[in-house]
Design a binder for this molecule. Structure first.
Ligand code: 3NM
Length: 207
């Protein structure tokens, strides 16, 4: 990656086949052409693929990211990091510990989700490359999402960590994305804003 991580995380599209009404590969191609800057393969939850179909889909999505020089991050699944030659790994609070993944992948980009100060206090922030803060707004995409924390959480994190790359996640759409950036985020991470869009090109450009 030639550009800085802050810049690469600006429009961070996350999805797995379970989020898509259409073919995930075509959707990613369309979003990539329209200007997303990073992608996270998050094959997780109800209806998600496992085993070799998951790996095969991951390979196709990985190809698209290579073609468009997009950052390619995998969610949680450490097994896929090397198999898909991912640029990095994103972990939540209930996934593998940051220390473990940092030991296993010293050179990869590691992202961590944080929803409150307690999680921040309990996490080795110095070992991660970026933070995902959320859910900022209400979301129905992740059934076990915590309560929305609002853009104040971005402001708090930015104050506490002035230089760490930071993305907001959860319920972010075209009409509220600017408020997340104005609060101090480097980027917006979205699922349904793009997977549910009737005009992906237009939505990505507006984001
Ligand atoms: N993580 P949408 S919220 C995957 O708060 C995910 O950590 C969240 O989907 C968190 O953009 C979320 O459709 C779902 O709201 C984001």
């Amino acid at each position: 990656m030639e550009q800085t991580l802050e810049k690469a995380l600006r429009i961070y599209f996350i999805m797995g086949s379970q989020n898509c009404k259409q073919d995930p590969v075509s959707l990613l191609k369309e979003a990539a052409k329209a200007g997303i800057t990073a992608f996270q393969f998050r094959e997780k939850g109800k209806g998600a693929l496992t085993g070799s179909p998951k790996l095969e889909l991951g390979k196709k999505l990985r190809e698209v990211c290579w073609e468009h020089q997009l950052l390619f991050i995998v969610n949680d699944d450490v097994e896929l990091v090397d198999k898909l030659e991912a640029d990095g790994l994103h972990v939540g609070q209930d996934d593998r510990s940051v220390q473990e993944v940092r030991d296993e992948f010293p050179e990869k980009i590691i992202g961590l989700s944080v929803s409150n100060s307690h999680e921040v206090d309990e996490s080795p922030i110095e070992l991660v490359d970026y933070l995902g803060a959320g859910p900022i707004f209400g979301t129905t995409t992740k059934p076990d999402a915590k309560k929305p924390v609002g853009i104040e959480w971005i402001q708090d994190l930015r104050e506490q960590f002035p230089t760490i790359p930071l993305v907001g996640i959860g319920g972010i759409h075209v009409d509220n994305a600017a408020s997340v950036m104005e609060a101090g985020a480097n980027g917006v991470a979205v699922i349904s804003a793009i997977t549910d869009s009737v005009n992906v090109t237009h939505t990505v450009r507006q984001l």
